[in-house]
Design a protein around this ligand. Structure first.
Ligand SMILES: [Zn+2]
Length: 256
């Protein structure tokens, strides 16, 4: 059984570290900055054994150059062209084996935030970069709203028990938006109380679970009546498809 812990970077990024008891190795996901990773490695007496990248944005890949100078032969998995340091180009349905850990990730392409965005998951964890956030989702920078919505629906179809490791600490602000969409959702109210107390103690709000996200995340529930009505009221016109609801919600959140 492996452990996952956050390494904070920039103002609100999380670089995720994957470790296993009695092993000095560690794998990291989305090192936007090398410095906090190197500090973490020296503080925990670990050696870097590999890097997993989700998409090409610099706050997710920018540390790879310096880390490969310190650890020249490590494998770096990522979508094509996300970083010049990638050794293993992966795509939808690729498999990633973390040796010597007994970890097998499956890759899913989730275009929308960027066109190259991929996620990694196994039976326990989901590393979703900037596509799914707790109570929210990434902006549609490169893809269409329909593309991003389809990607989120595909993530939503994965196992409810998955622990969700996102790329940013955006949960509290996302929950405030979710409450604006759905003021009477008790799950959102309860989660906001819990997350506020974690954040006041400087604890990460993550991981979430996919099961929790299906209750609190409006972007995963665009087919539901409550959300559709709220989006239609905001847009001032009737909305008929979940894709239309998603687009209104995402644009509403952009200005929130
Ligand atoms: Zn991004």
């Amino acid at each position: 059984v492996y452990s996952v812990s956050p390494i904070k970077a920039f103002s609100d990024n999380y670089i995720w570290s994957i470790t296993q008891d009695n092993h000095p190795q560690c794998f990291i996901v989305d090192p936007g900055d090398a410095k906090p990773v190197l500090t973490y490695l020296s503080e925990t007496n670990r050696v870097l054994s590999g890097i997993l990248l989700t998409h090409h944005h610099n706050d997710h890949v920018g540390g790879a150059a310096v880390l490969t100078q310190h650890f020249p032969d490590i494998p770096i998995w990522g979508p094509e062209n996300a970083s010049p340091h990638i050794t293993h180009v992966i795509k939808d349905n690729s498999h990633v084996e973390l040796e010597p850990f007994n970890i097998h990730f499956t890759v899913m392409a989730v275009p929308g935030h960027t066109l190259d965005h991929i996620i990694y998951y196994d039976t326990r964890s989901l590393f979703c970069g900037d596509t799914l956030f707790s109570a929210g989702c990434g902006r549609a920078f490169e893809g269409t709203y329909a593309q991003l919505h389809e990607s989120l629906c595909n993530i939503s179809a994965l196992d409810d028990s998955l622990l969700v490791y996102c790329g940013h600490e955006y949960t509290e602000k996302n929950l405030l938006f979710a409450l604006t969409v759905e003021a009477n959702n008790n799950n959102i109210q309860r989660t906001l109380e819990k997350i506020r107390s974690l954040r006041q103690n400087n604890q990460p709000s993550l991981p979430s679970t996919l099961q929790t996200e299906k209750k609190i995340n409006p972007f995963l529930r665009c087919h539901e009546e409550n959300i559709t009505l709220a989006a239609a009221t905001h847009a001032g016109k009737p909305l008929t498809t979940a894709n239309e609801v998603f687009e209104v919600l995402r644009q509403w959140k952009d200005k929130f």
